[in-house]
Design a protein around this ligand. Structure first.
Ligand SMILES: [Zn+2]
Length: 249
């Protein structure tokens, strides 16, 4: 098992995962340049149009979403459906379907199977990490027949361990994640990246990439819930993964 800190590549106003692109899938994260994708501050029809435009631009006819509630349910998706299933992770084996997971500070977790068309996406903040949504997603792929040794995973931009301080109540709830908590200057910081990489590794995922881009301080054109403006406004990016067709074995 290897964990690499390969930063994601900026291209066409988006950020892409080098590890997942190397296994033949389209995978990355939108920026402000594509507009908000799923927050509540911007008009819903505008955000729907932004998602459609994104899918078309990336060469997909459909984009599937879930209604995210910061827990660990996993939805198996064959087509984009309305209303969206309530889940915090989704997966498919159908080429041509783009999976989207909304995030402003939560970490997008994107997974692909090197030997099949299976792909998945999840998001995790402190609640999703505690509920082990990354583990739930990988287990769903394994239950469908994926071999853990052929899975690769990438953690996209999110609030980083540089900026993610949490209050005492949350720190107590996260005591089981103690190796990913750091106390500095009287505050407790949580490392979403190492905590979720550890969950993927525990499931047997062999190659794991951490983008290492902080949504608040990382210098990219990203919205951050923690860095919302004085009116409390922020938009939402979309982590995305899709397979355009049959991939090489
Ligand atoms: Zn930061």
């Amino acid at each position: 098992m290897t964990v690499v800190g390969t930063t994601w590549t900026a291209r066409e106003g988006m950020l892409f995962s080098p590890l997942l692109e190397s296994v033949g899938v389209v995978a990355g994260f939108t920026t402000r340049a594509q507009g908000s994708m799923a927050g509540s501050v911007y008009p819903l029809d505008e955000q729907a149009r932004n998602r459609e435009r994104l899918a078309q631009r990336l060469g997909f006819s459909e984009i599937a979403r879930v209604k995210q509630v910061h827990r660990n349910a996993v939805a198996h998706i064959s087509h984009a459906v309305d209303p969206w299933p309530v889940a915090d992770a989704l997966w498919t084996e159908r080429p041509g379907l783009l999976l989207g997971i909304a995030a402003a500070d939560c970490v997008p977790i994107l997974v692909a199977d090197r030997r099949s068309a299976r792909i998945g996406a999840a998001h995790a903040g402190w609640q999703g990490t505690l509920a082990e949504v990354a583990v739930a997603l990988v287990r769903a792929l394994l239950a469908d027949g994926a071999d853990p040794s052929s899975l690769v995973g990438s953690l996209g931009p999110s609030i980083g361990p540089c900026c993610y301080d949490i209050d005492g109540d949350r720190a107590r709830l996260l005591a089981s994640q103690s190796t990913h908590l750091d106390e500095r200057e009287g505050r407790v910081f949580f490392d979403l990246w190492s905590a979720n990489a550890a969950q993927l590794a525990r499931c047997g995922v062999q190659d794991i990439e951490i983008a290492g881009i902080c949504t608040k301080s990382g210098g990219q054109d990203l919205w951050s819930y923690r860095a919302r403006d004085e009116q409390g406004r922020y938009g939402t990016q979309l982590g995305f993964i899709g397979s355009r067709g049959r991939r090489p074995d």
